[in-house]
Design a protein around this ligand. Structure first.
Ligand SMILES: C[S@@+](CC[C@H](N)C(=O)[O-])C[C@H]1O[C@@H](n2cnc3c(N)ncnc32)[C@H](O)[C@@H]1O
Length: 191
């Protein structure tokens, strides 16, 4: 999306993105603002109906720094707006490739790539899995993980092994661990 007062980097990124066929993102969505190389980002992090703005902000910052697009699947447990996102992601908001989807069906329709679900219910440890450059690393809600239909839609389900009896990791930490392994395997760390 081009804005009249956008910096040059952002305008170039917009032009690059405009060349490619693009799904209809929700109103808030924007593409590759300020960072032209993100126009080529393949691997993505997707947040299923996130509850907590600080986690979303942490993951937007993570995506900006590591070159991962961030998909946010509504509804969220808080009023998701540009200002809420900017507050939690700070200036990284302008440096990230964020896409907002109205719901799970819209996300499924608009975003290609294999769904890799991070879940405590998987038996396969994340470090034993094989990742692909276009994988979508899908994370559940802080309060409830994902419903069965999302679990069933994933092509690969991985867990981060934990000590017995403990519930789960923070969603952003879980994303960082698995994305770290996936980026290493696919050679997609920024250079
Ligand atoms: C706070 S956890 C959700 C806990 C939720 N009560 C449940 O039962 O799934 C939020 C998300 O972080 C990810 N996560 C946290 N710990 C994980 C682990 N050990 N293995 C895989 N994913 C994990 C999952 O995507 C999970 O849905």
């Amino acid at each position: 999306m081009l804005r009249p007062n956008a910096p040059l980097g952002s305008m170039l990124a917009g032009l690059i993105a405009a060349e490619r066929p693009k799904p209809q993102w929700a109103k808030l969505a924007h593409c590759c603002r300020g960072v032209p190389e993100l126009a080529d980002s393949a691997m993505r992090i997707a947040l299923f109906e996130p509850d907590l703005p600080p986690n979303v902000g942490t993951l937007v910052r993570f995506g900006a720094c590591l070159g991962l697009a961030v998909d946010i699947i509504r509804p969220c447990g808080f009023p998701l707006g540009r200002e809420a996102l900017r507050r939690s992601a700070m200036d990284y908001f302008d440096l990230a490739d964020i896409h907002i989807h109205a719901d799970w069906a819209a996300f499924q329709r608009d975003v290609p790539g294999r769904r890799v679900l991070l879940t405590t219910k998987a038996s396969q440890p994340f470090h034993a899995a094989r990742y692909e450059a276009e994988d979508v690393l899908l994370l559940g809600r802080e309060s409830a993980g994902v419903p069965d239909f999302v679990h069933d839609a994933a092509a690969l389900r991985v867990c981060i092994p934990m000590r017995a009896g403990l519930r789960s990791l923070n969603v952003a930490l879980a994303a960082a661990m698995v994305a770290g392994e996936a980026l290493k395997q696919t050679g997609l760390y920024p250079r």
